[in-house]
Design a protein around this ligand. Structure first.
Ligand code: CP
Length: 313
């Protein structure tokens, strides 16, 4: 029986909110849920709850896995997808929209193109708010499933190196994951064109925590890493299309490259991918990116239980 963590979050806005005790709790609950779902289709623990998903930017995995998580807990889901299908298209303010979500549901998951949008939502409504991606800011629940995936393949107590490859400037999943990894003995390697390097804000946080990191543009440096965390160049964040064109195929991770890396390396990607991971890698034992997306179901179920205070330990 796990003890309930001392930290009780009301909203999940940034990965910085998770402490080590809470992370270990959520990883353990996720594992229990994954095991339980091998023999049961539904764990009927949230039958009295309604989840609202508000996605004002495109999504496949985050929205569907949150909705599947709620369904697998026997809860209900209401959703709005895209500004054009809500009354925002008729000029309603986000504040008024959120007041309606508060009236109809018990938890709200929101994705928005503006950094800090979920924090504004959390200030204005009384139900728990989960940040499902705010512009180039953060994506804390992706970081949870990423950590869970690493924990399934590597020992989080041992030294391990994570090489982040691609768009580190706009990659919100990276901004969140580094803030979970600093609770573990992880070494961080950032591989990107200099123009797409980690923003100063996150470098300062790493320095404050005394976490050393290496930055390079040379992908060959990744060959000694235990985890390759590859990301898409985030086309939607570039103001200038020509800039995007300059960087879009900066790095390609394929089977030949991975076979030149450490024997037991794992290759992760938050998805969607474009060319940065070749499909020739999909059947390679190092490729864990589809399993990683599936892990989102278990970690999001664990998070929904934690936020509603329902014990599954
Ligand atoms: N990883 C992730 O956020 O995927 P979606 O954009 O499909 O939700």
């Amino acid at each position: 029986m796990l003890s309930w963590p001392k930290t009780q979050l009301k909203a999940v806005l940034s990965a910085s909110q998770f402490d080590r005790e809470l992370l270990d709790f959520l990883l353990s609950i996720s594992k229990k849920i994954e095991t339980a779902l091998r023999t049961k289709r539904v764990l009927p623990l949230l039958s009295d709850y309604v989840l609202a998903t508000l996605f004002f930017e495109p999504s496949t995995r985050t929205r569907l896995s949150f909705e599947a998580a709620m369904h697998r807990l026997n809860g209900k889901v209401i959703s709005t997808v895209g500004v054009q299908f809500s009354s925002l298209a008729k000029g309603e303010s986000l504040f008024d929209t959120l007041k309606m979500v508060e009236a109809y549901s018990d938890i709200c998951v929101i994705r928005h193109s503006t950094e800090g949008a979920s924090a504004v939502a959390a200030k204005n409504i009384s139900i728990p708010v989960i940040n499902a991606g705010d512009g180039a800011g953060e994506h804390p629940t992706q970081a949870l499933l990423d950590l869970y995936t690493i924990a399934k393949h590597k020992n989080l107590q041992d030294d391990f190196t994570v090489a982040f490859i691609g768009d580190i400037r706009y990659g919100r999943t990276i901004h969140s994951l580094i803030q979970l990894l600093w609770h573990y003995p992880a070494k961080l390697l950032f591989i990107s064109p200099p123009e797409l390097a980690l923003p100063e804000k996150y470098k300062s946080l790493l320095k404050e925590k005394n976490i050393s990191f290496v930055e390079t543009a040379d992908i060959r440096e990744a060959c000694t890493a235990d985890v390759l965390y590859v990301t898409r160049i985030q086309e939607e964040r570039f103001l200038d299309r020509q800039e995007y064109e300059k960087f879009k195929d900066s790095y390609i991770v394929n089977r030949q490259f991975v076979e030149s890396c450490k024997n037991n390396v794992i290759v992760m990607h938050p998805l969607p991918r474009l060319n940065e991971i070749s499909t020739d890698l999909d059947s390679h034992p190092s490729a864990v990116y589809f399993e990683q997306a599936q892990n989102g179901l278990y970690t999001r179920m664990a998070l929904l239980l934690y936020l509603t205070g329902v014990d599954f330990s």
